[in-house]
Each structure stands twice: as C-alpha cells, then as structure tokens.
Design a protein around this ligand. Structure first.
Ligand code: TTP
Ligand code: MG
Length: 406
C-alpha cells in the first residue's frame, strides 16, 4: 500500500504565538529574538517581515536596518513550549503514528485514514482547522508517500498551506525546485552541486549515483534517493519499541547443543525478520538463559557496526551461548535472544563490505518469500532439526511460548 505521510509545521511559530497574545501585531512585521540594539539573531520573523528580507539567523542589527518599523520582541520560551505541547496533543488525536521533530513540526502517518475522513486531504483540513480554532495558529501541511517529499511539500505550501503530492508524482513535483529545497542540502553542498552544474532537484535526480558518491561519499546515495523522492524512513513514535526479543521454554530441560543452537537460530531469525520489518538496525544482541533451577542470566554483546541480518544476530548469540555453556553445566529450561539499541539509519549500503551486503540482500529475499508462503517455507540448515520436534503452521514452529508464533 502506498504510504500517506503528513508533515505539519506551524507558520512563523514564535511570532504567531505573540500575535495571538497581542492581536494588534497581526499582519505586521514582527521579529522574535530580542531588541534590535542587542547582540543576537532573529529566531522567528513574521511573513510581513520576511518581505523585507528578514529571516531566522539574521543578526538583529541587520534586521532592524532592513525593516526599522518591525516590532522586536524578546520572547518567552515557556510560552512556546506550552503552545507546542497543545499542538502535539491535537495531532495525537488524529493518529497514534506521530513523530514530533521540533517544537512546531511533526510527521504523522495517515496511511489508511481515508476511510475515516473521506480523504487524507480532508483529514489535513480538519487538522489545520482544529489548530486554528484551539490555538489561533496557522499550520501548513504537506502530504506525500514519504517523509522527504511530505516535508518539501509542506515548505512549498507555506504560509497557511496544504499541498498533497499524489503517489507517482514525487519526481515531477521535486524536479523543478532548487536543490536547496531538499532537506539535508546546506550551503556547502549547494555550492559543490552548483560547481557540477546541478541547480535543480531534477538535475540532481538524473546525476549518476556513482558520481554523487565520489563527491559526497556516503551522503551521495542519500542525496540521490531523496532527489528521486525515495525515502523509506518510517514515522516513529517516541514510545516505539526499543528492543525486540523472542524466547521459548523447552518441553524438557536440555543440554543438547544441537537443539540449543537450532532453537537459537530460529528465534534469531524471528527477531531479525521483525527488526527488518520495522526498518531498524540493532547495535546490541542479548542472550537469555534460564536453567533447570530457574536461575536466569542475560548476557549482551555490542556489535562493532549496527546490523539487521539473521547471520549477525545468530553468530553473536552463538558466541554468547558457547561462553555461557562453558561456565554453567546445568540443563537449560528457557532460551531467548534479543536485539536492542535500535536505530533507523538512512541506508548507507556503500558503508558495508561485499559480504555484509550479500547477507542483507539474502535476508530481504527470504523475508519476501516468507511473507508470501509462511515462515517455514524457507529454512536454514540449522533449524531443520526443529522439524522433528515442533509442529509447524504458516507462522512458523509452534513453540511453547505463545507469543512466539507472532
Ligand atoms: P521554523 O519552523 O523553522 O520557522 P517558523 O515556524 O518561524 O517559520 P515557518 O515554519 O513558517 O517557515 O522554526 C520554528 C521556531 O523555532 C521558530 O518560530 C523560532 C525557532 N527557531 C529559532 O529559534 N532559531 C532558528 O534559527 C530557527 C530556524 C527557528
Ligand atoms: Mg514553523
């Protein structure tokens, strides 16, 4: 299903909060940041002030020279934080898939919400209306199939905007815009691109990937993907899972190494599949063992590089298992494996060596086959042993702990 991501950003946030409090300032050039005779820079400028060339980051002294009639306000952070909390609470009413980015900016995953609001466009209209009614503030909204395109759409729609980029139109929407409109392109990158004769996102999109990599290293791939409207980053709620684990209790306590390894491999593959499904990479692998006398241990290993492959999860778990087996001779009652310190990196495939890349590709192929034909449609040599011990269904082996069949 094509995703529908909303990017919502309040217009001239700090200034707008001041204008709500003092309506006489509405429609006028207003600056929040401090008195013009003080050192310091503009934090926010009203759109009326922007017509004089004022913008965030500009020294106040320059701002007052360009627009002496502007009202300069010191501002109060507590007030803006309060407004921000109310803004986020309104958004949370619309979707639980909410990722706050800054005080006045958030992504919201609205995929599938058409059925509730009639259309995502209508949902955005409702979002804007509630913010206006309850806070007196204007929000701009971009809607697209990915974060990067939604953000650019929001920016283009400002102020008081609403712009939806239909699925399939991402590239043609981005193409005519200057490269600086693409998130992640700062002044320096813009200069280098200009030197290469690239001034629009469309020109960037058709530049060979290899050329971009040679100029920008690992960021080159990201530039290429963003310019082509490709961005599979998920909308992540701050409360999203921080670790993923699977465990099972054996029917009978065991010291059988082959069974322990096979089970570890199987559980590791379940963890890996879930990790990849969430688009995450893990930094830590944890092994959990419960012995016959119920003594329970967990041991952890930090990977030199984040990973989402079954092989890395299993290899690391196996090292931990071998060490544990050498230290404790009791039969084992429960075994579990988990990953933590999860990150959602923008893919940096070229950072990986060939063998890691091959592992990644293999895992992705296996995931696709399993999604289609069931988890046991493909089995790795090690887990075949489990076939004689556990019954299977489409979701995998039926192990003792019911949550395992997820
Ligand atoms: P922005 O959303 O970048 O700017 P804005 O809301 O003022 O204007 P618009 O979105 O309509 O273009 O930032 C939100 C607030 O963060 C802004 O009102 C003030 C603060 N801010 C700073 O304090 N310093 C800065 O350099 C920037 C960019 C923003
Ligand atoms: Mg803003």
């Amino acid at each position: 299903m094509t995703r529908r991501i909303m990017h919502i950003d309040l217009d001239a946030f700090f200034v707008s909060v001041e204008q709500v409090q003092n309506p006489k300032l509405k429609g006028k050039p207003v600056v929040v940041g401090g008195r013009p005779d003080r050192r310091g820079v503009v934090a926010a400028a009203s759109y009326e002030a922007r017509r004089f060339g004022l913008h965030a980051g500009m020294p106040l002294i320059t701002a007052s020279r360009l627009c002496p009639q502007a009202t300069f306000i010191e501002g109060s952070f507590a007030k803006y934080r309060d407004a921000s909390q109310k803004f986020m609470a309104i958004l949370a009413d619309f979707s639980p898939y909410l990722e706050p980015i800054s005080l006045d900016e958030a992504y919201l995953d609205a995929t599938g919400f058409e059925s509730i609001y009639g259309s995502i466009h209508q949902m955005a209209v409702n979002v804007k209306q509630r913010i206006k009614d309850e806070l007196g503030l204007c929000a701009s909204v971009g809607i697209a199939s990915s974060k990067v395109v939604a953000k650019v759409a929001c920016e283009q729609s400002k102020p008081d905007g609403l712009l939806e980029v239909a699925a399939g139109d991402e590239r043609s929407f981005l193409a005519p815009l200057p490269v600086a409109e693409l998130p992640g392109i700062g002044k320096k990158t813009e200069r280098v691109l200009k030197g290469l004769g690239i001034t629009t996102i469309g020109e960037l999109a058709i530049t060979p990937l290899e050329a971009l990599k040679s100029h920008f290293g690992v960021s080159g791939e990201l530039l290429y993907r963003f310019a082509n409207g490709i961005d599979d980053r998920k909308v992540e709620s701050p409360g999203a899972a921080k670790s993923i684990s699977r465990e099972t209790t054996f029917g009978k306590d065991t010291k059988d190494r082959a069974l322990l390894k096979a089970t570890l491999r199987y559980l590791g593959e379940r963890v890996g599949a879930s990790l990849r499904q969430q688009g995450k990479q893990a930094r830590c692998v944890t092994l959990k063992l419960r012995y016959a006398d119920f003594k329970t241990i967990t041991c952890r290993h930090t990977l030199p590089q984040t990973s989402d492959t079954d092989q890395t999860i299993f290899d690391t778990g196996l090292q931990l298992l071998k060490k544990a087996l050498s230290q404790e001779k009791q039969p084992i009652r429960l075994i579990g494996i988990g990953v933590s310190n999860l990150t959602s990196p923008s893919r940096q495939l070229d950072m990986l060596d060939t063998s890691s890349r091959r592992q990644e590709q293999l895992n992705r192929t296996i995931d696709r086959i399993r999604q289609r034909y069931g988890f046991t449609a493909i089995q790795t040599g090690r887990t075949l042993l489990l076939k004689d011990i556990f019954p299977t269904d489409k979701n995998g082996y039926t192990l003792q702990t019911p949550s395992l069949s997820r």
